[in-house]
Design a protein around this ligand. Structure first.
Ligand code: TXA
Ligand code: MG
Length: 318
């Protein structure tokens, strides 16, 4: 067996050895098309407990179970309604997470004691091959300390978790850059729990209108998501959000006068391009020794919903 550390996923046998570690109850961080995940055998409650310990994650926050193909989802859930099938057909493998009634065999720690389980079939070839070789469903939250920025490179994982994870499979940068969209599939319809790479409009095209919980598209208020603290996805440097350049200049002036070192971030490019670079740019600013980061929110439009959500949560005081 290779020693602990960052292992190139292209290295011969790396995936087979990582799969063996997962089966043995150990943690393995691995790339997905969204962000890096911190994986454990979802059927092994002790292994899943190691995820919570490594991340410092509140036990009330359930984790997503990753499967190698849509068939793998059937063993995780108690029901597989037609809507789930339609959504899986449209978006899997890919960055959509479905919340459904849980199968009794899934340990309670995975679902934070709740009756539903989140399941997703990632599109990244390394993630899929790893899960397939492990032969078990893989519980995997983002591979960072709880509340911090998600990792989009193996180096980000190493910086956040250090020796709390023995093995990090290095598959380069994650192409998506932000997390999956999370939806609950209920008898009353589909409810958006976390905006993400799959847009609300894309979901509507497949399943019609979603259940409305609060006006999300014209609000900067973070969405409710069970078990999730309001402050999340946050750099260690204090981050503030503004709606436009005028507000940015006002704050910059104020802070410069006070002698503070301020960095600013603004969206450059399409929503897809901005998502890809968002966390990597924030990680870099975080390492830059600034007193404050000020971020200009992208336009209040469906295309930008997930990025506005992440920045709003990152700026949340608690
Ligand atoms: O793209 C992603 O989703 C990444 C990669 C690794 O797959 N994973 C990820 O996991 O972002 P995590 O744990 O950082 O975020 C999972 C989100 C949390 O907001 C959690 O509250 C929600 O999914 N979630 C998990 N299980 C749930 C459940 N049973 N009901 C409602 N929300 C759930
Ligand atoms: Mg996370």
């Amino acid at each position: 067996m290779a020693r602990d550390g960052v292992i190139l996923a292209t290295h011969a046998d790396a995936l087979a050895q990582a799969a063996a570690r997962l089966r043995a109850g150990e943690l393995v961080a691995f790339p997905t098309e969204t962000v890096y995940g911190l994986g454990a055998n979802a059927r092994d409650p002790e292994a899943v407990a190691r995820i919570f310990a490594a991340k410092g994650r509140p036990p009330s926050n359930p984790v997503i179970v990753h499967v190698a193909d849509p068939n793998g989802a059937h063993a995780i859930v108690a029901e597989w309604p037609q809507t789930a099938n339609t959504l899986a057909h449209a978006f899997w493998p890919g960055p959509l997470t479905l919340v459904l009634p849980k199968h009794p065999d899934i340990p309670a720690i995975v679902t934070a004691g709740g009756s539903t389980v989140a399941v997703r079939c990632p599109a990244h070839p390394i993630a899929r091959e790893l899960i397939r070789l492990a032969g078990v469903p893989v519980a995997a939250p983002s591979a960072n300390r709880s509340g911090e920025l998600s990792p989009t490179t193996a180096a980000h994982v190493a910086r956040s978790l250090g020796d709390r994870v023995g093995w990090i499979l290095d598959g380069g940068s994650c192409p998506g850059g932000i997390e999956s969209t999370v939806v609950a599939v209920t008898p009353n319809g589909v409810k958006l729990l976390r905006p993400g790479l799959i847009l609300e409009t894309q979901l509507q095209e497949i399943v019609g209108d979603l259940i409305v919980t609060e006006p999300v598209s014209n609000s900067t208020k973070p969405l409710p998501s069970p078990g999730m603290l309001t402050r999340h996805y946050a750099p260690r440097t204090a981050l503030e959000i503004v709606e436009d350049e005028a507000e940015l200049l006002f704050l910059m002036n104020l802070y410069h006068t006070a002698g503070l070192k301020v960095a600013c971030w603004q969206p450059k490019g399409s929503p897809v391009e901005v998502a890809t670079g968002l966390y990597a740019e924030l990680h870099a600013l975080d390492a830059g020794g600034f007193d404050r980061i000020i971020a200009i929110l992208p336009p209040n439009h469906d295309d930008w919903q997930a990025i506005r959500d992440r920045l709003t949560r990152a700026a949340s005081p608690e």
